[in-house]
Write a protein that binds this ligand. Structure first.
Ligand code: NAP
Length: 451
């Protein structure tokens, strides 16, 4: 099966790659298994040296790499540069902190826990942060002494091959980081392969279900980072001068295609009208266009089918009585653009209420009071992130305690960082990436007693 890079800003095919046939996949898995047997014995110092080298390479070629990402999946160039820089930062963070975070933990004078690698880890990754999602898995995996096998999303083959090349050029031995150009139909077979120890997937619920089933069948550890419908809760005491621009950024970042984007804006009655008016005005003022143009805020959606899906979700809400405050129309012309859109009057049963909306479309919901706001925020099958806006410290504490999500950010939009665990509850998945928890997800926590 061929893999193509299609520029979302133009709809034209830029690159095509032949996929890896069964024999090539087999050879690559052999190399990964062989590399693991040696790599697991390297020291932290050696692994940190290699990882720092990968960070230096990324920093040195930042604009070129960012341009490749923009051409492949359409995010604004400035955001692509930010993604490259963040990857370098995370590589450096894990290079610096892994040894301390994975140190033996003394339990008694004669017993301790040691964290050891388990083998090649398969990573099934999405296109939306095509570098960051992979680095987020690879940095802890490689610092622990595991090796990585990447099955990237089919529409970002260029980035997938770039990552393999990056680790090779940084000096990692052959097989320590391997890209497989394969389709999703081949994933279950690779999960079952004896040379693969575990699997991590970031993507949709459907993909999560299928990978978790394959991992269950093979009795292998899996981590799932799935979708979200994060609430952005604006309470009566919120500072709207801060909340409104952050709300726009939290919804429109990455052209609206982020798992931790704010998707539902739950606003308490006293500030509902003012927030909705100012937010709508700011969303409508976003510049939509060529992602390479520095003036652009919002570039195209990743594909024609993704745009069709977003338009259908908005049309469903409109047809069933919701109000479209701005946006809501597919523009003419090439590229898969969709304008920032604000919906009010969205009710249970409408697609925009029940589903994750993976584009720059915001749903504003009215809350009578704090209790109602928390109930609305938690009325979702997802539980990835949540953001709450209030200057009242007692209310902040209550929200932190009661919001059902893997992360709660107060007076800030949800963001990932190397030092903070990242992951969700409910149908947003299980397991954690990043931080010490991420380092230990694919470790053998070996209990040792010296009698
Ligand atoms: P997707 O269709 O699930 O694809 C993600 C990856 O899974 C791709 O590599 C894809 O391969 C593979 N895949 C798809 N179906 C599969 C199956 N049945 N078995 C095995 N592998 C399968 O998701 P997407 O549309 O690219 O990404 C958007 C979704 O990812 C959203 O729901 C978003 O919220 C979520 N996401 C979550 C996080 C998080 O950290 N929680 C971060 C980013 C994105 P192919 O491309 O070959 O189909």
């Amino acid at each position: 099966m061929p893999f193509t890079t299609t520029n979302p800003a133009t709809g034209s095919v830029e690159q095509t790659y032949a996929g890896h046939r069964a024999g090539e996949v087999d050879a690559r898995l052999d190399r990964a298994a062989a590399a693991y047997r040696r790599f697991r014995r390297t020291t932290f110092a050696e692994r940190a040296r290699l990882m720092t080298g990968a960070a230096e390479l990324l920093e040195g070629e930042l604009p070129v790499t960012a341009r490749m990402v923009t051409a492949e999946m359409g995010k604004p160039f400035a955001q692509a540069k930010g993604e490259v820089a963040k990857c370098a930062l995370a590589l450096r963070w894990f290079a610096e902190h892994a040894e301390r975070l994975l140190a033996d933990e003394e339990v008694t004078a004669r017993s301790f826990v040691r964290y050891e690698p388990i083998g090649p880890v398969l990573a099934v990754m999405p296109w939306n942060f095509p570098l960051w999602q992979v680095v987020r898995f690879a940095a802890p995996a490689l610092m622990l002494g595991n090796v990585g096998v990447l099955k990237h999303a089919s529409n970002v083959p260029q980035t997938a091959l770039y990552l393999e090349d990056l680790f090779r050029r940084a000096g990692y031995p052959e097989g320590v980081f391997t890209t497989l150009l394969v389709g999703s139909a081949e994933v279950a077979g690779i999960v079952a392969d004896d040379r693969v120890a575990a699997v991590t997937l970031t993507g949709s619920e459907a993909a999560g279900r299928s990978v978790a089933a394959a991992a269950g069948e093979a009795l292998k550890k899996c981590v799932l980072e799935l979708g979200g419908s994060d609430p952005f809760v604006v309470l009566a005491s919120a500072d709207l001068d801060e909340a409104v621009p952050t709300a726009v950024q939290a919804r429109c970042q990455n052209n609206g295609q982020s798992c931790i984007a704010a998707k539902r804006f739950v606003v308490e009655a006293p500030v509902l009208e003012e927030f909705t008016d100012r937010f709508t005005e700011a969303m409508a003022a976003q510049t939509v266009g060529d992602p390479l143009d520095p003036a652009t805020d919002v570039g195209p959606l990743v594909s024609e089918s993704q745009r069709r899906e977003i338009a259908a979700q908005v049309d469903d809400a409109r047809d069933r009585g919701a109000t479209v405050r701005c946006g809501g129309q597919v523009p003419d012309g090439p590229g898969w653009y969709y304008p920032p859109t604000v919906l009010t009057g969205v009710a249970p049963g409408m697609r925009a209420y029940e589903e994750e909306v993976f584009g720059p479309v915001a749903v504003v919901e009215a809350a009578d009071d704090l209790d109602h706001a928390l109930a609305l925020a938690n009325r979702t099958s997802f539980g990835l992130g949540s953001s709450v806006w209030t200057t009242d410290e007692a209310v902040q504490r209550r929200c932190v305690a009661e919001l059902e999500a893997g992360q709660v950010f107060v007076n800030a939009m949800v963001a990932s960082a190397p030092e903070l665990p990242f992951g969700g509850i409910k149908r947003s998945g299980f397991g954690r990436e990043l931080s010490g928890l991420g380092l230990r997800e694919f470790a053998n926590a070996k209990s040792v007693r010296l009698a």
